[in-house]
Ligand binder design. Structure first.
Ligand SMILES: [Fe+2]
Length: 302
């Protein structure tokens, strides 16, 4: 029962053709559909219809994101829990959105639109289920195999932690605390990875980045090469995080939405105690090798 992954992220872009080129050819996502000014993509090794949606709009940023649940009954369970907290819940019927079954949606405490869904059309990963090769022959660009996590901004990460813990059972893996010990940034998981959702201080509804998983450190270097070849603005890295221990490179889509390719990290047991970073070690946590801010990491986001 419950949420088992961050399933999709919907981003605003100001030029759909340039976005299709970037997300399709540079990141190497697989286009799976178009509807109402939106283009749907998946990472190659995902079986579900989409994990990234881009929508033509006046400016960049995050429209909404979705968590996938294990059971169809979860929707009613979460609806009840949300309504008990005084949060308005909307329902979407099967077929109302491309490739997606019935869903509930709401606005979280930090001003982000969140959808919970159980069913999504299976389109396959480009490989047969019997006797598959390790990857399909027609990959393009960075070709990350799957979506990894999402980092958003909010005025009160401590309240958000309580909310995501209470309603969805998210487990805290790491936190940055202020001198009184109160969390000001939190990393949370449901998928036995260091994070599915992380929240740092910032404006309500803010979007810091979406991360795509790649297999190893060599693939992070290969991503850097492909970004440079395509004149993509690199923000920070390749480097290592203290928080999550992952290896990373950050970069921007043509509209200012930050993207990341991420690898490494660890596999947390569900009863692991959370790791705490004190404010004086914040930059060691973010960029372990440099131990100082790279790019405009906390100031620039959409
Ligand atoms: Fe990240």
């Amino acid at each position: 029962m419950g949420v088992f992954k961050t399933g999709y992220v919907q981003l605003r872009v100001t030029d759909l053709d340039a976005a299709v080129n970037y997300y399709g050819n540079v990141l190497g996502l697989v286009e799976t559909g178009r509807e109402d000014g939106k283009v749907y993509f998946k990472c190659w090794d995902e079986h579900d219809h989409h994990s990234i949606i881009i929508r033509q709009a006046d400016g960049p940023g995050l429209d909404q994101f979705g968590f996938k649940t294990e059971s169809p009954e979860d929707l009613a369970v979460f609806e009840k829990k949300l309504e008990a907290k005084g949060i308005k819940v909307s329902r979407t019927s099967a077929g109302e959105k491309l490739g997606q079954g019935e869903a509930i949606s709401f606005e979280d405490r930090g001003g982000h639109r969140v959808e919970i869904y159980y069913k999504m059309q299976k389109v396959g990963n480009g490989l047969p289920l019997d006797n598959p090769d390790p990857y399909p022959p027609n990959l393009k660009g960075i070709a990350a195999p799957r979506l990894d996590h999402l980092l958003i901004t909010s005025p009160n990460a401590a309240e958000d932690l309580e909310f995501y813990r209470d309603v969805f059972g998210f487990r805290l893996t790491e936190q940055v605390v202020d001198p009184t010990g109160a969390p000001i940034a939190v990393w949370m998981e449901r998928s036995h990875t260091p994070h599915d959702l992380a929240i740092i201080p910032g404006k309500p509804g803010g979007f810091h980045h979406v991360a795509f998983y790649v297999e190893n450190w060599t693939e992070i270097g290969r991503a850097a090469d492909i970004l440079a070849m395509n004149n993509v603005k690199i923000d920070a890295g390749p480097t290592r995080h203290g928080i999550t221990r992952g290896h990373t490179i950050y970069f921007f889509d043509p509209f200012g939405n930050r993207n990341e390719t991420f690898t490494g990290g660890y596999v947390p047991d569900i009863d692991n105690p959370p790791i705490t970073w004190t404010l004086d070690k914040f930059w060691t946590g973010v960029f372990y090798w440099d131990r100082t801010e790279q790019g405009s990491f906390t100031e620039v986001y959409t």
